[in-house]
Design a protein around this ligand. Sequence first.
Ligand SMILES: Nc1ncnc2c1ncn2[C@@H]1O[C@H](COP(=O)(O)OP(=O)(O)OP(=O)(O)O)[C@@H](O)[C@H]1O
Ligand code: SF4
Ligand SMILES: [Mg+2]
Length: 336
Amino acid sequence: MPTDGTIPLLQVKNLKRQFNVRQLGSRENGVLRAVDDVSLHLEAGESLGIVGESGCGKSTLARLIVGLLEPTDGRILIEGGDIWASGAAGRERRRKFQMVFQNPAGSMNPRRTVGASVSEPLQAKGIRKTAEAVERMLTLVGLDPQMADRKPHQLSGGQQQRASIARALIADPAIVVHDESIASLDISLQAQILNLLLDLQKELGTSYIFISHDLAAVQAISHRVIVMYLGEVVEASDSTVFASRPLHPYSQALRNATLLPDPIHERARGDTLLRGDVPSPINPPVGCRFHTRCPLATDQCRKQKPSLRDTGDGHLVACHFAGSSSQTQVVSEGVA
Ligand SMILES: Nc1ncnc2c1ncn2[C@@H]1O[C@H](COP(=O)(O)OP(=O)(O)OP(=O)(O)O)[C@@H](O)[C@H]1O
Ligand code: SF4
Ligand SMILES: [Mg+2]
């Protein structure tokens, strides 16, 4: 958070989203806590990366932030104003967000031309003359403006994703949320799109929320990173600090899973790789939710929930032992 008293562009406060679901083998409805008391902030022109295993709540959080899903509890403020305020004020604030999804074809109507799909956010604002803006936007994302007349299936995967980025940016949103937006592209295209996003951010000053399973991509694009586990934030820090010294055992395990195998340290690395499956978010473990998989878990972890605390310079960690000597020992043995 800014220390000079200015309001961050985006503030998410104690956000919760629950789903009522039928539990397997039971007639009872269970409450699935997909996003459970998440708070975060994002400054103008910056990027926030969100990482975590499948099912930890990243997409639900993304859909809540852009206003596609209503929260069970908590608030989302843009420039200090609630996106769920009643009437025009709330609607206007929700228009400041756009989303880019994993499947670019899915975000464009197959029957409409690329130009018509790209212009939709402008039309939603009541702007009728859109041809010039579409041409400018397609050029900005590195596409031939003549592609505006084509149908989505006539574009390659990379071109389709560039067109969905053009669509997301055309109405000058404050924040674009990317939910695995590069996941379906091959490696060289992923690098191209990441570079494009960085260039566009410099040019337009748009803020990004970037969700990905790819830690390297998240670190390349993000100023700050948050790690989610079973609906909660377990670590949040500057991206460079996160890359060199993640403190939560779960973050360390995620990062170790991406390191290249090293025969000398393989046995020690095994201690810090992720074991077992993610428990059900319907009945998450009591105490620390990660205790069933954590190599450092103690009785305290099984009983007492760790709070998300600042270990210095805004590096937040939810672990009883983050930064302690016992943790440092395992980390250095595992990663060396
Ligand atoms: N509409 C829904 N109804 C019931 N449960 C839901 C719904 N949407 C999401 N969930 C559940 O909420 C949890 C979080 O799902 P979410 O899609 O947010 O995870 P994710 O981190 O995006 O996963 P992935 O990496 O696989 O995309 C999961 O257990 C999921 O099954
Ligand atoms: S609180 Fe305990 S179980 Fe949770 S991450 Fe820290 S050491 Fe592991
Ligand atoms: Mg998802």
